[in-house]
Design a protein around this ligand. Structure first.
Ligand SMILES: Cc1cc2nc3c(=O)[nH]c(=O)nc-3n(C[C@H](O)[C@H](O)[C@H](O)COP(=O)(O)OP(=O)(O)OC[C@H]3O[C@@H](n4cnc5c(N)ncnc54)[C@H](O)[C@@H]3O)c2cc1C
Length: 415
């Protein structure tokens, strides 16, 4: 009997986790990971942090090392671009070469950086950061004294700013909004993160909308709305978000709405075709609507859930949204959603605190700086009615809020 073939389009975080869980779940058919990058699946978070700083090597990034793939009979095609799925026959079509028949296809194509037009002779002075190759190129720019502009003060832009500053570069961040990150972590917390950067010498300019960028023989010139003259840099990193890679799904006739539309388990409307990770807009029972999340934890958990669905099990990932960011010597973690009702526990000025967010009397989110354990407790308390005064009291034991006195609790388990 022919072994069934399961194919992933894209060989990033979600695809790799799905492959691992297909094997764990007992699938003994063919698994083929197809990625258009030159590399085996790797973790992206260190690309703006330890790898960019040079403290983590490329070898530390691999998700499914070669030996694991050999031991588990997982095939990998790198440098291979999928163009379309023939959904009637489930054949996977490529830019070049014959199609690959598949019994199930997982679309895990991630996203690509939003780009800005940059005329001039030196496009190599303009950087984006999504791939290992992008990070290796950007790392060359981080020498002491180099003048680096970062356009966009989102998490990745700010991580690059922190890593570059620590490497001795003179960093200017240009952000159009008045308060960076406000849409995600709320304005008060956004201001705290700004202060962290300014305290470390980053020239962080808010309300600084970039109207044009161009290169000269050896510089980048950036026009900022309202400024008299262009600003001059040795290089620029543009970090203004990503667009989901939906081209394959659209060419295959699948439903696309700022992401590939899937149910809570990652199934598209076409039997045997699934989507997960940054590219997937999945139904969330918790939110009562479809959501698309661009974070590592979501890609990993969706990878697990979709593997279950591919094995015919009813697995769903509807965990609250969680992510982390490392900037300078601070670890930040965010869980759930932000709101205007904020209670701060700890030393906000000293950047050692947790902000708990309330939706009426219910805890709806938390943002912790150097307090990962508070995120673990918040996970237990999310959606529950919690006394804000207790949360704000440093002497109160938060685990007592989460559990009854007689419950056994694995404290310090991390988020
Ligand atoms: C620099 C950086 C830092 C980050 N830091 C954090 C962090 O601190 N915390 C956090 O929670 N998240 C972080 N993230 C986000 C996290 O890495 C992503 O959410 C995660 O990688 C998404 O996984 P994915 O599998 O959906 O997509 P990806 O990992 O992007 O994989 C998709 C792959 O599919 C390939 N592909 C696309 N189209 C095709 C095609 N037609 N044919 C073949 N292959 C194709 C792409 O090239 C890519 O290799 C960071 C991301 C970046 C870029």
């Amino acid at each position: 009997m022919n072994r069934p073939t399961y194919v992933t389009v894209g060989a990033g975080q979600a695809a790799a986790v799905a492959a691992r869980n297909l094997r764990r779940g007992g699938f003994d058919g063919r698994i083929v990971l197809i990625g258009d990058e030159a590399h085996a699946p790797y973790q992206r978070p260190p690309l703006s942090k330890e790898f960019l700083a040079g403290t983590d090597s490329q070898d530390s990034l691999w998700i499914l090392p070669e030996q694991w793939r050999a031991d588990n009979d997982v095939e990998l095609l790198t440098g291979t671009t999928v163009t379309r799925i023939d959904t009637a026959t489930r054949r996977v079509e490529f830019a070049e070469g014959p199609a690959l028949p598949a019994d199930a296809v997982l679309l895990a194509t991630g996203g690509s950086p939003r780009r800005l037009p940059v005329p001039g002779p030196r496009p190599d002075l303009v950087h984006y950061l999504r791939t290992l190759d992008d990070a290796a190129g950007l790392a060359q720019q981080l020498a002491p004294g180099r003048r680096l502009a970062v356009i966009g003060a989102g998490f990745i832009g700010l991580e690059v700013a922190a890593t570059a500053t620590a490497a001795g570069a003179a960093v200017t961040v240009l952000e159009a909004a008045e308060i960076p990150l406000a849409a995600v972590i709320g304005p008060e917390m956004g201001r705290r993160v700004c202060a962290l950067h300014r305290d470390h010498g980053v020239d962080l300019r808010t309300g600084a909308g970039v109207s044009a960028i161009r290169t000269t023989a050896d510089h980048v010139l950036i026009d900022v709305a309202g400024a008299a003259a262009p600003l001059e840099f040795d290089a620029v990193v543009i970090g203004i978000g990503i667009l989901p890679n939906t081209a394959v799904a659209a060419a295959s006739g699948l439903a696309v709405d700022d992401g590939i539309v899937v149910d809570a388990a990652g199934r598209t409307a076409v039997a045997g075709v699934y989507a997960a990770g940054d590219v997937a807009r999945r139904y969330s029972e918790r939110r009562g609507r479809h959501v698309r999340v661009e974070h590592f934890d979501n890609a990993s958990r969706q990878g697990v859930a979709v593997a279950g669905a591919m094995l015919g099990r009813d697995t769903v990932n509807d965990d609250p949204h969680w992510f982390w960011s490392d900037q300078f010597d601070r670890n930040m973690q965010f869980l759930g959603t932000a709101s205007a009702g904020v209670v701060v526990r700890g030393d906000a000025d000293g950047l050692d605190f947790t902000a708990f967010f309330f939706d009426g009397p219910h805890l709806c989110g938390a943002f912790a700086v150097e307090r990962g354990e508070d995120i673990s407790v918040a996970r237990e308390l999310l959606g529950r009615t919690v006394d804000p005064a207790v949360l704000g009291d440093e002497d109160a034991d938060l685990w007592d809020l989460a559990y009854g006195e007689d419950d056994l609790v694995a404290e310090g388990a991390g988020a």
